[in-house]
Write a protein that binds this ligand. Structure first.
Ligand SMILES: Nc1ncnc2c1ncn2[C@@H]1O[C@H](COP(=O)(O)OP(=O)(O)O)[C@@H](O)[C@H]1O
Ligand SMILES: [Mg+2]
Length: 151
């Protein structure tokens, strides 16, 4: 049951930004500072585009004090923060959306938490409609820059 509406911080409502790594991290920290639970944030982009880097910055801004590492093998890591728990999910290794049951997906997305999901396309229709989508793309001819599309 989810009666609450997710609130998207204003800076992420509609953004189209070309950022270097420091800029991307600063944007992510700012997003984390402005985020309130519950919110599902999806991060779409090729391998190495910067999804985990951005997830780490969002966690930092939200108040996660532990080191945030890529959940590539466990698929999900859960962190504590004073505002709410944070789940960092990486679905790269998910073969089928039905496997989401094994990681407790329904409990994760109905928790009063921030949920950051890499490779959300692997979850098919099981991503809630009211999530905040963020896409990260490479910029041709600028290996240190990324195009970030939010909202
Ligand atoms: N502008 C940028 N923003 C984010 N990462 C960048 C940028 N420029 C270079 N990088 C590098 O790209 C890599 C991104 O890796 P990672 O965040 O693990 O990607 P993903 O989780 O999408 O596979 C890191 O090695 C990082 O240093
Ligand atoms: Mg990653």
């Amino acid at each position: 049951m989810r009666a609450h509406r997710h609130v998207v911080p204003p800076l992420a409502e509609r953004s189209r930004l070309v950022l270097d790594e420091d800029g991307l991290k600063e944007w992510g920290r700012e997003l984390g500072r402005a985020t309130t639970a519950p919110l599902v944030i999806t991060l779409t982009g090729d391998l190495g585009s910067g999804k985990t880097t951005l997830a780490q910055a969002i966690c930092d801004g939200y108040g996660v004090e532990e080191e945030v590492t890529s959940p590539t093998y466990a698929l999900v890591h859960r962190y504590a923060a004073s505002k709410s728990p944070v789940y960092h999910v990486d679905l790269y290794r998910l073969d089928n959306p039905s496997q989401l049951t094994n990681i407790g997906w329904d409990d994760i997305i109905s928790d009063h938490a921030v949920v950051i999901v890499e490779w959300p396309e692997r979850a098919g229709s099981r991503i809630p409609d009211d999530h905040l989508p963020i896409d990260i793309d490479y910029v041709s001819g600028a290996s240190d820059r990324r195009l970030l599309l939010a909202g």
